[in-house]
Ligand binder design. Sequence first.
Ligand SMILES: [Zn+2]
Length: 308
Amino acid sequence: MTDAHYGLPESIALVDDLHLGRPRIVGTYVILGDDPVIIDPGPTSALPNLEAGLKQIGLSFSDLHGIALSHIHLDHAGATGSLVRYFPHLKVYVHHRGAPHMIAPDKLLRSATRIYGGQMDYLWGEFLPVPADNIVTLGGGEALRVGGRTLRVFDAPGHASHHLIYLDESTGAAFVGDTTGLRMPGYRYVRPATPPPDIDLEAWRCTLDMLLSLKPRMLLLTHFGPAHDPEQHIAHMWENTQKWAETVRISLERSEDESAAAARLVALAEAELEAMDEATRQQYEQAGAVEISWHGLARYWRKKMESS
Ligand SMILES: [Zn+2]
């Protein structure tokens, strides 16, 4: 499924990876032109859908020059190693803090297994290592020439310590990954995305200020699609993230047991989705499960409490 109706610039396409067969959960952006690049291939479990989506816009994996990763979480980067195995010409652009885990993913997979348990294979499929020779490490400050335009690269910690934002200078589109939360097309509501293990709210606020200072024309979210109102989107996203963080902090301060504490956040999250139809509520939940975000925020606060 492609993007005609998302209001994207002509030189950028959005493929719906139809994660677990559902629309608008995980998206892959395609920078068209000579030497096309994809941003975040999504998980291996959805790779046939990415292939079909590329085909609809006249591309195959062998046409691609590379894969630019916003960050290495499995729903964004899972298929990278599988793609490189079959298409060894692909360059992989990734944050230098994420690169070691793409080359040797054991620790990343152990950490993800703690979150997803027996669902790992069903949700994400295989996660193959990427040969070091394919990797180009970035840290922010670089300018990449891809698809006949310049992508400026920015360090963007907060959601993950290894998160990057790519700004396409020719269109003003910012590929933000999960830096600005989750939002379904046609809805105003932005759901926070705060999974473990390295949520850092102070760093995140700095990242958002940096992003605002770039004055992007649109934010291209992985989950799902473009936000054409960057300032309002970011303000609303941050307001909700703070609300969620505060809810978790209060639970920890009261030493509530974990299930009661998580239930408190689930109740808030459900109230936020109340006015939506069932299918949209499910899309928000599949793209960013509340309980996982609870664990990410709890870890953030515990680390902070231990270090103070
Ligand atoms: Zn993520």
